[in-house]
Design a protein around this ligand. Structure first.
Ligand SMILES: [Ca+2]
Ligand SMILES: [Ca+2]
Length: 500
């Protein structure tokens, strides 16, 4: 019972067979209808059953299935293993997505890994752990450079009609239908391969395991007019030699491809109603078990719950980074504005140059004098206006640069913005005063003719109402009166002294 359950979980985990098909048909008329085939696929985290088998697959040799991957060979000498679908596919065109890792301590590894689509299962043999003389196609990820041409690790596509013996000593170079040189060993992320067989064209795309991006595929090889058996087994195999790598397959997903308009019934219709109910029941049971396990885990590890709360707070370095980022954005905006304004200026300048050129051309052509003058007057006015406009825009730019500088320096020294503004203010006042002073000087200079020296106006004649004789008589009388008063005072003081 675990086999259909695991398949159902896999199906639900992927949850996209119908959807991807719909998207494909919507996207382009020629795009094939794509349907996930769970009976020809495996994927963690519940890959293996309790008895150690993989649902719908058989494994042979040294292959070891575990919960989230199948180790086809361990990194020991002369190992080989393979995994094959239990059933033949019943569809003409297909796509497989294989995720694997080839890891080893050595700078060079061996032998390699192969993805198969063959008429019969190649359970054991000398070709990367699988049988020779296959009828179908093998896509080989060959690690070891047997022929010494320095072209390994590499990927080659070899087709066979069931009669050919694989030329292992030459890395199949004489038999390859297509190939590409890729190093797939010891990559930070799993290597992903997408093999598509559609309308007699086989295409191999590869994600080299440098990024975690699942859709980051690049082209590797293409074989046109390829005839493959209409029904066959999917398989994956690997082998080691004197040198050895771990060959781990994380997932093998198969999709059926159908030409638009030739879609087969949906998978729901294929599964009998009775089976569907059974699967549903088992899935629900599984879901309950999972919830129970989750609760138990949370009860046993209460400290794990607290971890996500850390994300709510911003650390000091995060804040600094954010502030730097915002500052950079502001500078970026200012520079963009400057750029726009410079473009405008350039435009204006171009207009100006073209106007001048036109003017010169007109003069050269020899227009009638009066008309020419009229036109040139107009032209000159436009030129002057343009120049004024240019000057105005340059000023705008200057002020915007000043603003930018101020905002940058404000960001660097948040406290000094006020001081800067005050200084600027004083400078403005100083400049204004200078202007006023200059204006006054200018006015003064304009009002006085520069050649004449300034003279004082002549005083009007003083009226003579007092003669010199009268003046002297007046002075003499005053003197006599003063002497008399002084003598009188001294006599009075002497009389007063006699009484005491
Ligand atoms: Ca080889
Ligand atoms: Ca080679």
């Amino acid at each position: 019972m675990a086999a259909p359950l695991a398949a159902l979980v896999l199906l639900l985990a992927l949850g996209r067979p119908a959807l991807s098909g719909a998207q494909a048909t919507e996207g382009a008329a020629a795009a094939p209808h794509r349907r996930f085939e769970y009976k020809y696929s495996f994927k963690g985290p519940h890959l293996v059953q309790a008895d150690g088998t993989v649902p719908f697959w058989v494994h042979t040799g040294n292959a070891i299935p575990s919960a989230d991957q199948i180790r086809i060979t361990t990194s020991l000498k002369s190992q080989k293993g393979s995994v094959w679908t239990k059933n033949k596919s019943i569809f003409e065109y297909w796509e497989v997505e294989v995720t694997f890792r080839v890891t080893g301590r050595g700078r060079i590894g061996a032998d390699g890994l192969a993805v198969w689509f063959t008429e019969e299962q190649g359970l054991d043999g000398p070709v990367f752990g699988a049988a020779d003389k296959w009828n179908g196609v093998g896509i080989f990820f060959d690690s070891f450079d047997n022929d010494g041409k320095k072209n390994n690790p590499g990927v080659i596509v070899v087709g066979n009609n069931g009669k050919l013996l694989y030329d292992h000593q030459n890395d199949g170079s004489t038999q390859a239908l297509a190939s590409c040189q890729r190093d797939f060993r010891n990559k930070p992320y799993p290597v992903r391969v997408k093999i598509t067989y559609y309308q007699k064209t086989l295409m191999v795309l590869i994600n080299n395991g440098f990024t975690p991006d699942k859709e980051d595929y690049e082209f590797c090889a293409k074989v046109e007019d390829m005839v493959l058996p209409s029904q066959g087994y999917f398989g994956i195999s690997a082998a080691t030699g004197g040198l050895a790598d771990d060959h781990d397959v994380l997932s093998f997903l198969t999709f059926q491809l159908t030409e638009p308009g030739k879609e087969t019934p949906t998978p729901d219709a294929e599964i009998p109603q009775k089976d569907k109910e059974k699967y549903q029941e088992e899935f629900e049971h599984f879901q309950q078990e999972l919830d129970k396990k989750k609760e138990e885990f949370q009860r046993e590890h209460p400290d794990v719950q607290g971890q996500p709360a850390d994300d709510a707070f911003e650390t000091v370095s995060d804040r600094e980074l954010r502030q730097i980022f915002e500052g950079q954005n502001r500078i970026h905006l200012e520079i963009k504005q400057l750029n726009r304004q410079l473009d405008m200026i350039l435009d204006e300048q171009r207009k100006y140059v073209s106007a001048v050129t036109e003017e010169i051309a007109k003069r050269g052509a020899g227009f009638p004098d009066q008309q020419g003058q009229q036109v040139s007057q107009q032209e000159i006015e436009t030129v002057v206006k343009t120049q004024e406009e240019v000057i105005r825009q340059v000023k705008e730019i200057r002020s915007s640069v000043t603003d930018a500088l101020r905002s940058i320096s404000g960001a660097q020294h948040p406290g000094s913005a006020g001081v800067y503004e005050t200084t600027q203010h004083f400078n403005d006042i100083k400049e204004h005063l200078h202007i006023v002073k200059r204006d006054i000087e200018h006015l003064v200079q304009r009002n006085t003719p520069s050649t004449e020296k300034q003279k004082c106006p002549e005083l009007p004649p003083f009226p003579s109402c007092l003669s010199t004789v009268h003046f002297f008589i007046f002075v003499a009388v005053q003197t006599v009166l003063f002497i008399g008063y002084v003598m009188y005072r001294s006599q009075q003081e002497a009389a007063a002294k006699k009484f005491f």
